[in-house]
Design a protein around this ligand. Structure first.
Ligand code: GLA
Length: 381
């Protein structure tokens, strides 16, 4: 199965944790359509951990959906999700138990892949808890990768081993289409900035068919829900989304979309930002500049298709800063006679053709994002 662009969708874990059920899932499916999220590209609705009974069926050995939470079974939920034009995601684990202590797929990989195919599953998140001590990650992800490829249905394989065991070196060979490279996010500025910083040297391991997944978004949670913490401001959520877009990271919404705020909805459905995330060249950004006196201020540059570029200016520090970008550091020296024709992605304002450098003022925890074309400078007389 080819997955050429970063997957987009919604996952239950960040907000709901174990408090999932048929009603929540069906209402979420409705909201994803009504609020324009599906239209913006968020097509996977993924049920995370805690969906099953505590033990497998003793006779068939199959995992059994929790009768209380899903009284009509998973095919019923799957059919409803599909009837809305969405795709259906589920969760299991490479170990004996899942991280929240429900049955995992260890030694049942082929049976479980067949069961997920029967449900009509299109996406499987595969976690890493409770493994036998003598097992190893590459083998277990390979086993489920093989089982999914054989199950008769196209199922996107979303590996989740939190970045341990140098996962970027072997995960692509297991058939995974995306792989979690970090520990769990929580809804705070510290959490998402640390996660982003941890992967800056590993973005070269993100490409079509296997994307570096820096975890589900917390945008719109404002501190509520299962991984709610201090929460973030809308300004900080803007930084989170720009980071995920610049990284070509999978975009999995984690807030309660049934009552999403206008600000979070506008951010998550911003077409120009999503276009940077979904750029067909899928190139990692590079760090073009770090502020000379404050390494909490950085500029990332990402090459896009058609000789276009995205420039993101981040100020993660506690005070306003001027954040310089010398075009020299982006591969365009003054002697080239070229400059960048730049448009502010958030305001839509064209700020003209700039040569040699720009040095915008960025407020504390603020982000500026420009889309630019590399053009020949007009002859100066
Ligand atoms: C792990 C994963 C999370 C979530 C939980 C569920 O911690 O990293 O994303 O799936 O398990 O228990």
């Amino acid at each position: 199965m080819n997955v050429m662009l970063p997957p987009m969708g919604f996952n239950t874990w960040n907000t709901f944790g174990a408090s999932i059920n048929e009603k929540v899932i069906m209402e979420t499916a409705d909201a994803m359509v009504e609020k324009g999220l599906l239209e913006a590209g968020y097509k996977y609705l993924v049920i995370d951990d805690c969906w099953s009974e505590y033990e497998r069926d003793p006779v068939t050995k199959k995992i059994v959906p929790c009768k209380k939470k899903f009284p009509n079974g998973m095919k019923y939920v799957s059919d409803y999700i599909h009837s809305k034009g969405l795709l259906f995601g589920m969760y299991s684990c490479a170990g004996v138990r899942t991280c929240a202590d429900y049955p995992g797929s260890f030694d049942h990989e082929y049976l479980d892949a067949e069961t997920f195919a029967e449900y009509g599953v299109d996406f499987l998140k595969y976690d890493f808890c409770f493994m036998p001590a003598t097992e190893n990650g590459p083998m277990l992800y390979r086993r489920m990768g093989m089982a999914l490829r054989a199950c008769g249905r196209d199922i996107l394989f979303s590996a989740c081993n939190w970045g341990v065991d140098n996962v970027h070196q072997w995960i692509r060979s297991t058939g995974a289409h995306m792989y979690r490279s970090t520990y769990d996010i929580n809804d705070s500025f510290e959490s998402f900035t640390e996660i982003a910083a941890s992967q800056i040297d590993n973005l070269c391991y993100s490409a079509p068919n296997c994307f570096n997944d820096i975890d589900m978004l917390t945008i719109g949670m404002y501190g509520k829900g299962n991984v709610g913490n201090t929460g973030c401001s809308d300004l900080e959520y803007k930084m989170q989304f720009v980071l995920w877009c610049m990284y070509s990271a999978p975009l999995m919404i984690g807030c309660d979309v049934r009552n999403i705020s206008d600000a979070a909805k506008a951010l998550l459905t911003n077409k120009d930002l999503i276009a940077i995330n979904q750029d067909p060249e899928v190139r990692p950004p590079f760090v073009a500049t770090t502020h000379p006196w404050n390494n909490r201020c950085k500029v990332l540059v990402k090459m896009l298709a058609n000789n276009e570029y995205a420039f993101a200016f981040f100020n993660m520090s506690d005070r306003e800063n001027k954040v310089p970008l010398y075009f020299y550091d982006a591969g365009v020296p003054a002697s080239s006679g070229y400059g960048f024709d730049m448009t502010d992605v958030f305001t839509g304002e064209n700020i003209g053709i700039k040569s040699e450098y720009i040095c915008p003022v960025v407020e504390s925890h603020g982000t500026l994002l420009y889309r630019a074309k590399l053009v020949k400078l007009p002859e100066s007389k």
